[in-house]
Structure formats: C-alpha cells, structure tokens
Design a protein. Structure first.
Ligand code: GLC
Length: 436
C-alpha cells in the first residue's frame, strides 16, 4: 500500500485520486468574441456592448454526447463545466436571473444536457461556479470589474449590496445541487482578498464577501460527499494549482501535510475559446504534464474551450486524440497510481508512478535511452518487467550491465533493463515493473 497520507477533508476524494484525469470545460458567451473569457473585463466593456453576445448566442451544433465520448476516449474520467463564469451569464435555467441561456437563441438548459450526456458516458460530473459576477447589480465594482475605469466608478457602488449578492449565490448553488442529481465536484472560482491596492473601493474580495461558510455549509448539506475546491477561501477538499506544474507533492501551507491536489491546465493559454491564440502545447508536453502530475500524487484537469457553435475546435480535438492514443495503451500507469514510494528514485529523464496497492512501479521514459536503462536502487526488487503498451517482456540484469565494453557500469544496487533500439510507438513509452 502507498505510504502517503493526505490531510483529511470533508468530501469523498477516494474515486478522485483513483481517476486522476478530468476535463475542464469553459463555455459561455465569451466563446463568441473568442478572445479570452475575461474579455468583458479586459476591454472594460459596457453592459450594452456585451449584450450583443447574449442576443446572438446560438450554439446550434452543441452535442454534448459527442463531447462526453471524446472525453472518455481521451482517458478522462470526470468533467467540470462552467455553470456561470465571471461575466455572470448562467448556462443553466436559474429561477433567480434572466441572464441565462434559456433566454438566448439557445433557448434550452445547456448545463442539463451536459450533465445527462456525461453521466450517460460513465463520467463523473462537476460544476464550476464563479464567485465573481460582472453582471449582477449588487456585485460591487472592484479592480477586476469592467466598470472600474468609469469616472464615477466608486459612486456607482452606492446601493450595491454584496449581502444580496451572496444570498443570490446560495440560491443558485441550491438549484445546482438540487435539480441535477448527484454532482461530484463543485469548483468555486475565486478569491482575491489579499489584493488591497488602489482606492479602498477597488479592494479584492474573499470569504467575508462571499459568505463562504454559509455557501459551503449549504453545498455540504445538499450533497455531503461532494468535492469542493479551496477557492472560496476556506479549506475544503481540493488544492488547485493553475497553469503551474508543482515540482513536489503539494503541501498544506500551515501544517505541511500532503493535500489532495489537482493541477488545471489549458491547451493554449486561455480557458474560453480563443480563436487566434498560437500557444498550443505540443503533444509531448501534454502527455508529460499528465505523467508528472500523477508522479507527484496529483490529478490533472485539462481544459477545453468549446466554440460559440457548440463544438470542440479542431486543435482541441487533436490534443484530445493525443491523450487518447497514449491512454489507450498506457492508462494503467495513471489510474489508481500515485507518487512512487520514497525508496524509489527516478533517474534523469524518467518519471515514476506506483500503483496505490504498491505492487507495480511504472517507469516513464521522457527520452529514450540507447541499449540499457540503468535503475539504481532496484536490484533484487523486481520480479518481472515489460513494456506497458504491448506487454512485451523486457529482460534485465542486476549489479552490472552485461556488455563486453570497457567501462560498462557495475554497481551493486543496479537494475539494468535491456531495451530494443527502436523506441515503442507511444509518445512516452512506459515500462511496467512487477515488484517482489
Ligand atoms: C482563473 C480565471 C478564470 C478561469 C480559472 C480556471 O481564476 O479567472 O478565467 O476560469 O482561473 O482555473
């Protein structure tokens, strides 16, 4: 059994730390301008300017069963979709606002269709819910708000009442966790109370403003097992490094305990569909990110930003296929795996994962060595070795490299695996070691 113990949390993370790989979906009105999900804030748009997207939002090609099938083919086991993003637009039929997809030409509850389709495909289902809201009349103008540069910005806050806004959030969270069956993850986003620069009215917002305690208590009451992230500024189940790959297992900042963590990453930099973005990650980087995450005991939530028509962009499809091709033969080193025990130290250009029952060790080859792979510390510990992708045997020796050349390594604790000259097909080949 894995010896790593993580900080206890209120939700059920057992399935989550087994499944390891999920799909983030950022979809909303911002898919239409197609130049960042923050476009309303970035360009300080007025309500009138942003209203054109509401008026013409018509995702006529939306077919969430296709999305779900693609997620599953990529090896993803769960998904988290934006129920509401910072622009305040609701992708579900809420009784507490008119600013929702049912009032656009889309005319239907898009979130419900997502839930049904992903569930039918056997995937776990989560909601992202923005704590920021740049549409709600009670949400006070702050340094991220699109109205922040108005000459009268601070005056415009008169009459805005964050208490009413936080009650609105509770109403909506109640809807989301009542009307859609079991929801596995609730992903609040985000708090920025440490930000106190500029005029006092510009200051950031956090748990006081959101009334996070009440919000979370409500969510737990409705769905006790649900996994909740920490971005409402109260520790819950999940630590969420964003567009950053940690270099060691994420620890609790105060207690130093290991925590349950999930890196969220994008294919190209922004979360919403961004037509002209050129920074798409390479296939190698995509696969490495997943491996590195699991090799440090984490999960990866990889984002897709669907288009305004409701499909995945061609480049996103290709990226998902990269995962699909690799996972089809190598997922055994991901599901049910975690960081290898401290006694196992991966050599340069390798990453280890280990099955949570401790019985199998996986060696991921980030660069393919010629002839032999030398693994210090593993002599006497391995019973059988094979390539994961085709289950073909790999022979090994212990203590020395069996080669006539002068200078072939000798070292007592060494396990030496003989490798074929031709690298296997997998972008990152994996060696499966059955431990004694
Ligand atoms: C950030 C961004 C947001 C995105 C989120 C995903 O907080 O504000 O656009 O949804 O990260 O982690």
């Amino acid at each position: 059994m894995s010896s790593y113990v993580t900080r206890k949390t209120p939700g059920n993370t057992a399935w989550f730390t087994h499944d390891r790989f999920g799909m983030f979906i950022h979809w909303g009105l911002y898919a239409m301008p197609a130049r960042h999900e923050w476009v309303k804030s970035n360009e300080c748009m007025t309500e009138a300017q942003y209203a054109r997207y509401f008026k013409y939002f018509d995702p006529d090609l939306y077919e969430p069963r296709t999305w779900a099938a693609m997620a599953r083919a990529a090896g993803m086991k769960y998904a988290v979709m934006t129920a509401k993003h910072h622009d305040g637009f609701c992708m579900f039929d809420s009784a507490y606002t008119d600013y929702k997809c049912t009032n656009t030409p889309a005319r239907r509850d898009l979130l419900r269709e997502y839930v049904e389709a992903f569930r039918a495909e056997g995937l776990k289902v989560g909601f992202y819910y923005s704590l920021l809201d740049w549409h709600h009349p009670d949400f006070t103008i702050d340094m991220f708000h699109p109205r922040r540069k108005d000459p009268q910005a601070c005056m415009r806050n008169e009459g805005r009442d964050m208490k009413r806004y936080s009650a609105y959030m509770r109403d909506q969270v109640r809807e989301l966790l009542t009307n859609y069956g079991t929801i596995d993850i609730l992903w609040f986003d985000f708090s920025y109370s440490e930000n106190r620069s500029g005029e006092p009215w510009m200051k950031g917002k956090g748990k006081q403003d959101w009334e996070s305690e009440r919000l979370i208590a409500l969510a737990r009451e409705l769905q006790p097992e649900i996994i909740i992230d920490n971005r409402a500024e109260i520790d819950q189940d999940l630590w969420t490094p964003e567009q950053y790959q940690p270099k060691s297992w994420v620890k609790h900042p105060d207690t130093g305990e290991l925590v349950t963590w999930e890196a969220c990453q994008t294919f190209s930099g922004s979360w919403g569909y961004y037509r002209d973005e050129m920074s798409w990650k390479s296939p190698e980087m995509l696969i490495r990110m997943l491996i590195e995450t699991v090799s440090l005991g984490g999960n990866l939530l990889m984002n897709v930003g669907p288009t305004a028509r409701g499909c995945f962009d061609r480049r996103a499809c290709e990226a998902l296929e990269v995962y699909g091709q690799w996972m089809a033969y190598n997922s055994r080193s991901i599901y049910g795996c975690t960081m290898a025990e401290p006694e196992f130290k991966a050599p340069a250009d390798c990453r280890f994962t280990q099955s949570q029952d401790g019985k199998r060790l996986y060696v991921h080859l980030f660069s393919y060595p010629y002839g032999y792979l030398e693994l210090p510390g593993l002599a006497g510990k391995v019973d059988y070795a094979q390539f994961l992708e085709d289950g073909s045997e790999l022979t090994f020796t212990e203590g020395r490299v069996e080669h006539f050349s002068l200078g072939a390594t000798r070292q007592k604790d060494l396990l030496v695996i003989s490798l074929p000259a031709v690298k296997p097909r997998s972008l990152v080949p994996v060696i499966e070691l059955f431990l004694k």
